[in-house]
Design a protein around this ligand. Structure first.
Ligand code: AHM
Ligand code: MG
Length: 336
């Protein structure tokens, strides 16, 4: 159903719930809880620069509570809200080494992986940051969830999305029927549909990569980036370079304007040959979104991200993601 701009996110979630006859409302409830967490984090992000100004930096804030780092705050907010939501059975977060159990008696039928504050090295310099999440149906039968509920390929995701804290706060998510973007109106505390049914442009003129790592990439990736910088008006080259260093922000820009983002594997550190980004709560959810929007996502062996079977919670993966035409081109270089 094509919905008009201005519809609230809750309306949209309930409408899609009603379109699925067998839906129990649990996924709607889960997304609603995550959205509340996102609004709380958004309010805190907006205050971040004021901590010093209002004289409460250090140990306590104006309510006498301990001031937390923003990434800790985001992590704790999501964990606390979700642990007794009743919708999930287990969680994993970039900030926690082990799986995060839910409160006993509140075990639900989904599992949740999240990066509470992606791009957190940018917090102090006022660059856009974000929360990324992905949701699977549990595979264990009942009770507390286990790692098995989290270590599932992206192809079986039920929903995924992110909240970007930028010049405005936006929620972008998919439950498998396209990608929809909502902008927070802070005056009423509500997300309104601003970007219905987002489609990533098929071909772009932008690439996003940390070129400082050029000498550590595999040769196929070096050749691809060299190719994009050559002058050839007929094929729209050279491409322009756009790199923020905040995955959510780089991805969001490319989703709207078209573009290809690369975080290739890096031969510098043999212990981390797969690149920097994490499979479960960075690559998988964004790959799910990009495919829903008509784009593609691969690792730098040419494997579809959504087909990778994770074996560890904090597994890393190389990532090539964006406009279909551009990712097709990278694939051509990977195949020689
Ligand atoms: P983080 O989750 O600790 O913030 O790290 C992930 C971030 C991504 O947001 C971004 O794409 C990448 O690290 C940037 O890495 P680099 O500084 O190596 O370019
Ligand atoms: Mg991250």
């Amino acid at each position: 159903m094509k919905r008009p701009v201005g519809v609230t996110v809750i309306r949209q979630i309930l409408d899609s719930q009603h379109m699925h006859r067998q839906a129990t409302g649990d996924l709607s409830g889960l997304l609603t809880e995550l959205i509340v967490a996102g609004k709380i984090i958004s309010a805190e992000v907006n205050m971040a620069g004021l901590a010093d100004v209002i004289g409460v930096s250090g140990k306590t804030n104006i309510q006498g509570e301990e001031v937390q780092k923003l990434d800790e705050f985001a992590n704790n907010t999501i964990k606390r809200r979700m642990a007794r939501s009743g919708y999930i059975c287990v969680m994993t977060s970039e900030e926690d080494d082990d799986i995060i159990p839910v409160r006993e008696g509140y075990e639900g039928k989904y599992s949740l992986a999240f990066d509470p504050m992606d791009g957190s090295s940018n917090i102090d310099v006022n660059v856009s940051i974000g929360t990324i999440f992905s949701i699977h149906r549990r595979v264990t039968q009942s009770g507390q969830g286990t790692q098995d509920d989290l270590l599932q390929p992206g192809a079986s995701l039920v929903a995924a999305g992110y909240i970007i804290y930028g010049s405005s706060t936006m929620l972008v998510y998919s439950t498998g029927d396209g990608v929809h973007g909502f902008t927070l109106d802070p005056s009423v505390g509500e997300f309104f549909l601003s970007h219905p049914d987002i489609r990533i442009p098929e071909k772009s003129k932008y690439f996003s990569v940390n070129e400082g790592n050029y000498h550590y990439w595999r040769p196929e990736i070096q050749k691809f980036v060299n190719y994009l910088k050559e002058v050839d008006a007929d094929s729209g080259r050279p491409y322009s370079s756009r790199y923020i260093g905040s995955l959510v922000a780089d991805f969001h820009r490319n989703l709207i304007t078209g573009g290809v983002f690369l975080y290739p594997s890096d031969c510098r550190n043999p212990a981390k040959p797969k690149g920097k980004l994490r499979l479960l709560y960075e690559a998988q959810p964004l790959a799910f979104l990009v495919e829903q929007a008509g784009g593609r996502a691969l690792n730098d062996n040419g494997q579809r991200i959504l087909d990778i079977q994770p074996t560890q919670l904090h597994e890393r993966v190389s990532l090539i993601i964006g406009s279909k035409g551009d990712v097709d081109m990278v694939e051509g270089f990977l195949r020689g």
